[in-house]
Design a protein around this ligand. Structure first.
Ligand code: AMP
Length: 208
C-alpha cells in the first residue's frame, strides 16, 4: 500500500483537488476534517470530543485522529492506497502514518496567509453533490448548483475568528512536517493561488 498526502493551510483547496485527483488515481479521498464533521453531526463520542476543538480552530488530539485513520484504512477500498486530505497535521500523526502505509508523494498546495481569510470566509458548498463555491471567486449558478440536489452548506468553522486560530495551528503544528517530508525527497510544492485546473494539472504532473 502506497499513499498520497495533500498538504497545505486551511482554505488552500485540498478538498477540491482531492476530489479531482481521486477520479484520476482511483485512490479514495480520506479527509479527517470530513470524518470529524460526520462524527459531530452523528453525535458520536468522537464527535462530542472533537466539536469544541473544531469550533475553536484548534487541532483535535492526535490519539483521536490516529484512531480514526487506523479504522478507516481497514476498509477494502483502501487496500491499494489512499489520498489523505488534511492528515497528517502533526509530527506524531506523521509518525503513526509511517507505520500504516508508505507515503509516495506529499503535495503541498501553497497559498499566502493574506489570501486565506478571503478564501475561507466566502466559502460554501452544495450538500447534495459536494461542489465547493465561493461568494466572490466562484459563485454557484443562480438558483443553485446544477446537480439537481442543491442545498447550500457553510461550515461552522469558516468564519473570520476561527480562521486565525486555524492558521496559527497550521504554522505551529503542521508546517514543520514540510521539512520532515522534504528530507525524504517526496515533497512537491504547488502554487495554489491560481485557477483550479492549472493546480490540478501540476499535481498530476508531480504524481507521474
Ligand atoms: P479541515 O476540514 O481539514 O479544515 O479540518 C477542520 C477541523 O477539523 C480542523 O480545524 C481541526 O479542528 C480538525 N482536524 C481535521 N483534521 C485534523 C487532523 N489531522 N488533526 C487534528 N485536527 C484535525
Amino acid at each position: 500500500m502506497s499513499s498520497i498526502v495533500l498538504f497545505g493551510p486551511p482554505g488552500a483547496g485540498k478538498g477540491t483537488q482531492a476530489e479531482r485527483i481521486t477520479e484520476k488515481t482511483g485512490f479514495p479521498q480520506v479527509s479527517t476534517g470530513d470524518m470529524l464533521r460526520a462524527a459531530v453531526k452523528a453525535g458520536t463520542e468522537t464527535g462530542l470530543l472533537a466539536k469544541s476543538f473544531m469550533e475553536a480552530g484548534q487541532l483535535v488530539p492526535d490519539e483521536v485522529i490516529i484512531d480514526l485513520i487506523q479504522q478507516r484504512i481497514t476498509h477494502p477500498d483502501a487496500a491499494h492506497g489512499v489520498m489523505f486530505d488534511g492528515f497528517p497535521r502533526t509530527i506524531p500523526q506523521a509518525e503513526a502514518l509511517a507505520t500504516i502505509t508508505e507515503v509516495s508523494h506529499v503535495i503541498a498546495i501553497e497559498v499566502p496567509d493574506e489570501r486565506i481569510v478571503d478564501r475561507i470566509c466566502g466559502r460554501y458548498s452544495c450538500a447534495g453533490c459536494g461542489n465547493v463555491y465561493h461568494d466572490t471567486f466562484n459563485p454557484a449558478p443562480e438558483g443553485g448548483c446544477e446537480c439537481g440536489k442543491w442545498e447550500e452548506k457553510r461550515r461552522a468553522d469558516d468564519n473570520a475568528d476561527t480562521v486565525m486560530s486555524r492558521l496559527a495551528a497550521y504554522h505551529e503544528q503542521t508546517s514543520p512536517l514540510a521539512g520532515w517530508y522534504e528530507r525524504e525527497g517526496i515533497f512537491h510544492r504547488i502554487n495554489g493561488d491560481r485557477p483550479i485546473d492549472a493546480i490540478t494539472e501540476d499535481i498530476l504532473t508531480a504524481l507521474n
